[in-house]
Design a protein around this ligand. Structure first.
Ligand SMILES: [Zn+2]
Length: 334
């Protein structure tokens, strides 16, 4: 029987050490976003290659120099988890490892977990490296979520996008960090992210369901949205339209997004004169990155200072394609 507790402690401690060595927490507090797993691998000088792999999600080879291989045949969240798992093998000085689907189903933190020690260590490393408690807390703070919100699948789904983990992995991380207890985790795992997405889109059918739906509000001021090329933005902003102010979303189209819906929701039970919620749904169809600023102003007073603004950065390059990672390409281009 494997020393499960010892393996989990070794994996978790190494992830924490690496976060501290890279100043990851301060970096994310300043810039937002998630733990940059591919950038970390590349930054440590470990060769990282993406390839269409058959029957494997990834591999770690310690010889002749340590290297990591990740499949192109999976979504970005799976590529990120696989990358973190292989980075764990590398940091913990493990033997070569060929990793298939089972790495997604194993639960090192669950009672009764018992499998090969180096796999336990790499799984514990990956979980702690990608979803540490301080990262969850940081996004709670930014979004103004309360303890009550976290029992809601819609909140957990938005959290999962912001920390760059799958919905399921996020549910498990919340229980591991004692943010929720087992019955809530079980209920949340019963909810399908696809159903949450459908509800958010309120009848709009995208050409396919490969992308995610980011709900963007005033809380995302200064945020970095890191997703995949087919993601959708659902921007929801309070608008003082009765006072003549309108949000302008022209930068969405200029940046290559397609606006598929533009509506106003009146506040429930309120009389005329209150702020409405402007809801704009926009779709991305290709890899892109950049910055967006939305401005609320009176359209006939063009030079007037906007009543309010929302600026965010986006990077929709996922999933990683065959060859070097985006992190490596950008390093080479710089
Ligand atoms: Zn492994």
């Amino acid at each position: 029987m494997a020393d499960v507790r010892g393996a989990i402690l070794r994996g978790t401690a190494e992830a924490g050490r690496l976060h501290r060595a890279l100043d990851m927490r301060a970096r994310i507090a300043a810039e937002g976003g998630r733990v940059d797993v591919f950038g970390t691998i590349v930054g440590l000088g470990v060769p990282l290659i993406f390839k269409p792999l058959d029957g494997l999600l990834g591999a770690f080879m310690p010889q002749p120099v340590p290297g990591v291989l990740i499949t192109t045949r999976r979504p970005l969240t799976v590529q990120r988890f696989t990358g973190a798992h292989e980075l764990g093998h590398c940091r913990l000085g493990h033997r070569p490892s060929l990793d298939d689907e089972t790495i997604l189903r194993r639960m090192p933190f669950q009672e009764g977990a018992d499998y090969e020690t180096q796999e336990l260590e790499a799984d514990a490393f990956a979980a702690e490296f990608l979803t540490p408690s301080w990262l969850v807390a940081e996004h709670f703070r930014r979004q103004g979520w309360s303890a009550r919100d976290i029992g809601d699948a819609r909140t957990v789904y938005q959290l999962s996008l912001r920390i760059g983990a799958s919905y399921q992995a996020t549910c498990w991380a919340l229980q591991r960090h004692k943010v929720i207890e087992r019955p809530i985790r079980e209920r949340l795992l019963g909810a399908q992210p696809r159903v949450v997405m459908r509800n958010l889109l309120q009848g709009y059918e995208p050409p396919h369901w490969w992308g995610d739906v980011w709900v963007i509000t005033e809380r995302d001021q200064g945020a970095l949205i890191e997703g995949s090329r087919t993601d959708l933005f659902l921007v929801r902003l309070k608008e003082q339209s009765s006072a003549g102010y309108l949000w302008s979303f022209e930068e969405l189209e200029k940046s290559g997004f397609v606006t598929v819906r533009d509506e106003r929701e009146a506040p429930a039970g309120e009389t005329i004169g209150g702020a409405v919620t402007r809801c704009v749904t926009a779709r991305s169809e290709e890899r892109k990155s950049g910055k967006l600023t939305f401005r609320q102003r009176r359209p006939w007073l063009n030079r007037e200072r906007p009543l309010s603004e929302l600026t965010l950065a986006f990077d929709l390059y996922g999933p990683e394609e065959e060859g070097w990672s985006q992190a490596e390409r950008r390093r080479l281009a710089a």
